[in-house]
Design a protein around this ligand. Structure first.
Ligand code: NDP
Length: 371
């Protein structure tokens, strides 16, 4: 069945893939851009992903920090994928530069969606709202876990995602009316890029390929392919069991930076000759972390920037319990494929989304999370 769907942040890594998959699924797609001047670039990204820039794709200008444009963007929409949020590769001196647009932007989107009679919003949150600030642990992270904002290594980005998601659930509970909310919490998202601007997660791969890193810090991340993350958004958008749920998007075991670097060298050969081979000593990573904003807050041996015992790293891999129950399966181990930094050739349609098959409704995050 065809719906009208609004995607916020259509110019981004995830957003552009969402436009393509929604089109493939037969929906009418509208995207918000904070600058309409980017519309042609986004059309090219859609073509790069195998979509049709003329098939019912339209654009509206709207900024997360301003009210203008949101009412017009929502008009006539059945669903909203709220993907836009600042995700810079450096840490701002004022954390509110991230927290304000993330939190207030989410509320702006939800309010406008409710007022326009939208049925459901799917919010792109993050593992940043799940697995940070905890003391070392052996038990797995899953959708009932919330980041502890008072804990260590909680960066402004982590705060922005956690506060935005909490605010969204509170809004739905207190003033959402008939509007439904489902949330997707991806770990590090990799996969083919459709345009010239690299998301912060892709920058990690680029830094490895360009030899910007003298060695590999002893860090590991849960990883997931961008196309799988978008697939999960589409399932969360229409499945009757999805409202009120968080869905952790993770492909399997965690991947260390050394493994990513090795995969790049193996698969890309000469193009990845600068990808580092040696492990950086932990003391050096800590020292560099004092000066390097991208490493600040990450502790050697950690998963996704968090200290973690081996069991907890496995736990990240075993996350996504609700998504699994919901019938979502990763297509691939994404991480660093040869195409990660290359435009993806147009592909055929995705397998038709299986309907979500949640047998037992998991506990609502409102009741079960440590909030
Ligand atoms: P990108 O940086 O590629 O995309 C971010 C998008 O948000 C862009 O379209 C950007 O617009 C838009 N945006 C940023 N600030 C504003 C604003 N003030 N008003 C309107 N739009 C704004 O990042 P990703 O695609 O990787 O990330 C998309 C979402 O996924 C984010 O919510 C991120 O937190 C989340 N996420 C990403 C992960 C990853 O590993 N990539 C992991 C987990 C979650 P513009 O083009 O104008 O800058």
């Amino acid at each position: 069945m065809s719906h009208r769907v609004l995607v916020t942040g259509g110019s981004g890594f995830l957003g552009s893939h969402a436009l393509v998959q929604l089109q493939e699924a037969g929906h009418q797609v509208r995207a918000t851009l904070r600058n309409l001047g980017k519309a042609d670039r986004v059309r090219s990204m859609v073509v790069q992903g195998g979509g049709d820039p003329d098939a019912g794709l339209s654009f509206v200008e709207a900024d997360l920090e301003r009210d203008d444009g949101w009412a017009a963007a929502m008009e006539g929409c059945d669903f909203v994928l709220h993907i836009a949020s600042p995700f810079p590769s450096s840490v701002p001196s004022d954390e509110n530069e991230l927290i304000r647009p993330a939190r207030q932007g989410a509320l702006r989107v939800l309010r406008a969606a409710r007022d326009a009679g939208v049925k459901r919003v799917v919010l792109t949150s993050s593992f940043a709202a799940v697995g940070y600030g905890h003391p070392p642990r052996t038990e797995p992270f899953d959708e009932t876990t919330w980041t502890e904002l008072e804990g260590r290594a909680v960066t402004p980005y982590v705060k922005s995602k956690t506060l935005a998601e909490r605010a969204a659930w509170d809004f739905i509970a207190e003033e959402g009316g008939a509007l439904e909310l489902a949330v997707v919490n991806p770990v590090l998202v990799l996969g083919p890029v459709l345009g010239p601007d690299y998301s912060t997660s892709i920058r990690l791969v680029q830094r490895l390929m360009d030899g910007e890193m003298p060695g590999c810090p002893r860090l590991a991340f849960g990883v997931v392919d961008v196309r799988d993350v978008v697939d999960l958004h589409l399932r969360a958008m229409t499945d009757p069991a999805a409202p009120g749920e968080r869905f952790l998007a993770v492909s399997g075991k965690v991947m260390s930076i050394a493994e990513m670097s090795e995969t790049l060298r193996e698969r890309l050969g000469e193009a990845a000759r600068c990808a580092p081979r040696r492990q950086l000593p932990d003391w050096l990573v800590r020292l560099v972390g004092l000066f390097d904003a991208e490493l600040r807050g990450r502790r050697p041996g950690g998963v996704g920037g968090e200290p973690a015992a081996a069991g907890a790293s496995e736990g990240v891999g075993r996350g996504g319990l609700r998504a699994d129950r919901a019938g979502w399966r990763c297509r691939r181990r994404p991480a660093v494929s040869p195409r990660t930094l290359r435009p993806v050739p147009p592909r055929g349609p995705f397998a038709p989304p299986r309907s979500l098959r949640t047998r037992r409704r998991p506990r609502s995050p409102r009741r079960s999370a440590s909030r």
